[in-house]
Design a protein around this ligand. Structure first.
Ligand SMILES: *Cc1c(COP(=O)(O)O)cnc(C)c1O
Length: 375
């Protein structure tokens, strides 16, 4: 049993996901990249590097970590609205594929990629599929990518260094229908000009439980019709359902007629609970649970609540609770609010748990100005 709070990732689940993808994409299916930002954990990156065609990053630090994990094997892709003057040359050296977010950035930096990285452009297909504008890259006045309207073939003709196009438009999407619509729009808009490109990056945001045959079919057709290398870069689909947050109950009491169980974790270990008003799924929850309890984080914020859950029995001090499907966008957004420690990270290999990372008071102290301990 892990010490809590703990973040556990199931290596066997990740391996299964990668195998399923490999089978579906065998032949001319898209090349698989893991988009690391949802869980950029170096031991995991090293483990999956041999099984993917590369990694995708969104910043210089992520790119450095990816380069370390890839150790010369596989391609490193990057796109971000935030390339800075002081880092652009290192970005070019580290990355194999650099997609600029605007025509302005393209004009400013693309020549600097000469001889080091293949130059692409992130486009905004201007088709919205996300229900919430906070995570819709195609929202009105979006900052993400060149609106396809601006990318008339004449404009593209001017971009002689352009070798690839990148788009990323959906979040946690179960169907590949948005992809079909985007590709139709892109082909309609750019037509034969696509033949002069080398690659197309379809982004991530899709779940992999859907019709992978359909995804592979898009890739096969794009290769056949335009000679494009096709990349697909999911993050959450690789790590989301493989990750668990394990917490212990440290207090239970009644408040205004409801049971409140205080945990040794908090929504600061899963900030999207608060950001997007989600309630993570709990393993113990039972359909006709006789007891309901509010599961509360242990910080001073009144709204630090995971939600109200139906449980088989009233929670007791010392009980372990396991939140499921929380592998993505949890620890990477976690903070030490109230001076609470971050969860330890464990890997499950199908037989045993392995502690791979833990944090302590020294890490906290260093974050808040403590000089390194004298040796
Ligand atoms: C976040 C992101 C991804 C991965 O998204 P998931 O929802 O985790 O699959 C892929 N590409 C780009 C450009 C991204 O910003």
């Amino acid at each position: 049993m892990p010490e809590t709070p703990a973040f556990v990732y199931d290596q066997t689940a990740i391996d299964r996901t990668l195998s399923t993808f490999e089978e579906a994409a065998a032949g001319s299916g898209p090349r698989l990249l893991y988009s690391v930002k949802s869980f950029p954990f170096l031991p995991l990156l090293r483990r999956i590097a041999p099984r993917v065609d590369g990694l995708s990053a969104s910043s210089l630090f992520e790119a450095r970590l990816c380069a370390e994990a890839l150790a010369g094997r596989g391609g490193l892709h990057i796109t971000t609205p935030g390339f800075r003057p002081g880092e652009i040359d290192e970005i070019g050296r580290l990355c194999d594929f650099v997609s600029f977010n605007s025509l302005e950035q393209f004009d400013r930096w693309s020549a600097r990629m000469e001889g080091t990285a293949s130059v692409g452009l992130r486009v905004n297909p201007q088709l919205s599929f996300a229900p919430d504008p906070r995570y819709d890259p195609c929202r009105p006045h979006s900052k993400l990518g060149v609106p396809l309207d601006r990318l008339v073939p004449a404009e593209v003709g001017r971009l002689e260094r352009l070798e690839g196009i990148h788009f990323h438009t959906v979040f946690d999407c179960a169907s590949f229908e948005p992809l079909a619509e985007i590709l139709a729009k892109l082909e309609n808009k750019l037509g034969e000009r696509l033949k002069r490109l080398r690659w197309l990056n379809l982004g991530g945001g899709y779940r992999l439980e859907g019709d992978l045959g359909r995804l592979a079919g898009f890739s096969t057709r794009l290769q056949r019709d335009y000679g494009l290398e096709v990349y697909f870069e999911p993050g959450k689909a690789v790590i989301g359902s493989a990750g668990y947050l394990v917490a212990s109950v440290i207090d239970v009491f009644n408040s205004g007629g409801k049971t409140v169980a205080v945990l040794d974790s908090s929504i600061n270990h899963h900030p999207e609970v608060f950001e997007y008003q989600r309630s993570p799924r709990l393993a113990e929850v039972c359909e006709e649970g006789r007891e309901t309890a509010i599961l509360a984080g242990g910080t001073c914020l009144a709204g630090d609540l995971f939600g109200e859950y139906a449980l088989p029995t009233r929670p007791r001090i010392g009980d372990r609770l396991v939140f499921e499907d929380v592998g993505a966008y949890t620890l990477v957004k976690a903070n030490r609010f109230n001076g609470h420690n971050l969860p330890s990270i464990y890997r499950w290999d199908g037989e045993a748990l392995h502690l791979e990372q833990s944090y302590g008071y020294e890490d906290y102290r260093r974050q808040w100005g403590g000089e390194p301990a004298a040796q």
